[in-house]
Design a protein around this ligand. Structure first.
Ligand code: NDP
Ligand code: 2IT
Length: 450
């Protein structure tokens, strides 16, 4: 049955949708053993319905740049599945955004949100707009134009977008400003808002901190190991990477790498996060190559030096690796290098950063592999905490949110590990995550009817 669904999907989706097909294929192969266990799955076409988005909204975004020239971008929102709650998922602003990429992200989001145990459906959206090199005023004008088109489709109980690549609290602030202006409705229609008006404490930190909480629990339960004193490698230099590094350092780990779209920094003494923040959080994103101006012993490797499908970050020996940049950034040869260098765990902060053959190899070699839909779910979980605070007009303190996040990440680990064990694939956290997430969504779909 799984093969038939995949074949149909390949026919009905275009060639550029390969990341979507990659995500679906991974999930369906995990589900193969359980699909026969309940005849209702086939009878009510649960799989076919699950791989088909509820709707794909596409719109034109037209805006004026600082020279008053007219600019046009494509905008999207993909509402994939709302069996468990309002559609929920981030917005990505990056030139590589297409419906294919957003379909993969929205599809993954259904399962991630299910794993949190919270009432959230799955969605994703964004634009091929490139925020790099744009002035603050241009970002504001673009966000306002984007929301002018998006606003009819979202709502606090309908669909609640948040941030992703290229979208942080500044962009969410501008998007909210326009939403309020048009609708005169001051509700929690977006999460990841600035703390000054409706945002939750800890949302900026949540994805990275959550990934480290997941790693800590997994390492303790599986290997009775801690992160203290251990060398870790992190890719990316954005929201998720920065907060992953921050929490790892707080727990006593030595993080020796970070990277951006142009290259990788290796700092054997440990990454100086204030420098990374200075380069990456000051509005316009500067290149990490500037890091070596401050730290002379650090080595910067431009991306172009790694032509053979290998990435500089994963060549560095480490105890645990945290891919936190983007999809398909950890390849088979990277996995070989990690294994050769004695790495014991790979924990995904990004969405689908590891290629399927690399995952298979890591698992075969007994490396603990935490899939993003489990280990990076802390971000969307704290988004839901923000929705709760907005709905009840409350403000929770930092410690409360942090405690709840830590507890939730431990629960996700437990759910995933126990499910894997229950289905005879112990320590296969990919299958554990896909099966546990699927069962919750499928049950809701069955109870709600066709
Ligand atoms: P940011 O925009 O803050 O940072 C993204 C980082 O990845 C930057 O360092 C960027 O480099 C690099 N990057 C982006 N695209 C590419 C590319 N095509 N090739 C190489 N490097 C690239 O995004 P986030 O940190 O928010 O997101 C990172 C990952 O985490 C994504 O996969 C996202 O989907 C996922 N995620 C994010 C969550 C969140 O709450 N923000 C929640 C869960 C998952 P440069 O600086 O050069 O642009
Ligand atoms: O991939 C993700 O989980 C996110 N970008 C965050 C989604 C959210 O709604 O907070």
């Amino acid at each position: 049955m799984v093969e038939k669904i995949l074949a149909n999907l390949e026919k009905s989706n275009c060639a550029t949708d390969n990341t979507f097909l990659q995500a679906v294929s991974e999930v369906l192969s995990s589900l193969e053993p359980i699909i026969k266990s309940d005849p209702r799955y086939e009878q009510f076409a649960i799989l076919e319905r699950l791989v088909t988005p509820d709707r794909i909204i596409q719109f034109k975004v037209q805006w004026l740049d600082d020279q008053n020239r007219v600019r046009i971008n494509n905008g999207y929102r993909i509402q994939f599945n709302n069996a468990l709650g309002p559609y929920k998922g981030g917005l990505r602003f990056h030139p590589s955004v297409t419906t294919g990429v957003l379909k993969f992200l929205a599809f993954e989001q259904i399962f991630k949100n299910s794993l949190t145990g919270l009432p959230l459906g799955g969605a994703k959206g964004g634009s091929d707009f490139d925020p790099k090199g744009k002035s603050d005023f241009e970002i504001m004008k673009f966000c306002h134009a984007f929301m002018r088109e998006l606003h009819p489709y979202i709502g606090a109980r309908v669909d609640v977008p948040a941030g992703d690549i290229g979208v942080g609290s500044r962009e969410i602030g501008y998007l909210f400003g326009e939403y309020k202006h048009i609708t005169r409705n001051y509700d929690g229609v977006l999460s990841g808002k600035p703390y000054a008006f409706g945002g939750s404490l800890m949302r900026p930190q949540a994805t990275g901190y959550g990934a480290v909480y997941f790693a800590r629990e997994m390492l303790f339960q599986e290997l009775q190991e801690s992160l203290e004193g251990k060398v870790c490698t992190v890719s990316g230099a954005g929201n998720v990477a920065i907060h992953t590094i921050e929490k790892l350092q707080q727990l006593g780990a030595i993080v020796v790498t970070c990277s951006d779209s142009d290259g990788t920094v290796y700092d054997p003494k440990g990454i100086n996060l204030s420098i990374v923040r200075e380069l990456k959080e000051s509005g316009r994103r500067r290149s990490l190559s500037e890091y070596t101006q401050w730290v002379l012993e650090a080595v910067y490797t431009p991306k172009t030096e790694y032509p053979e499908n290998a990435h500089a970050v994963w060549q560095i020996p480490c105890f645990a690796a945290f891919p936190c940049a983007t999809q398909n950034e950890l390849t088979f040869s990277d996995a070989q290098k990690l294994i050769q260098n004695g790495c014991v765990a790979v924990v995904e902060g990004a969405n689908m950063p590891t290629l399927p053959d690399a995952i298979e190899l890591l698992q075969q070699e007994g490396i603990l592999f935490a899939p993003g839909k489990a280990s990076n779910a802390g971000g969307v979980a704290v988004s839901e905490f923000e929705m709760s605070q907005n709905a009840s007009m409350e403000k929770w303190d930092f410690d409360k949110v942090d405690r709840k996040l830590d507890e939730l990440m431990r629960q996700i680990y437990k759910r995933v590990a126990l499910t894997a064990k229950e289905y005879g694939v112990e320590r296969n956290f990919v299958d554990g995550a896909n099966i546990a997430a699927f069962k919750r969504v499928a049950e809701a779909m069955l109870l709600e009817g066709v």
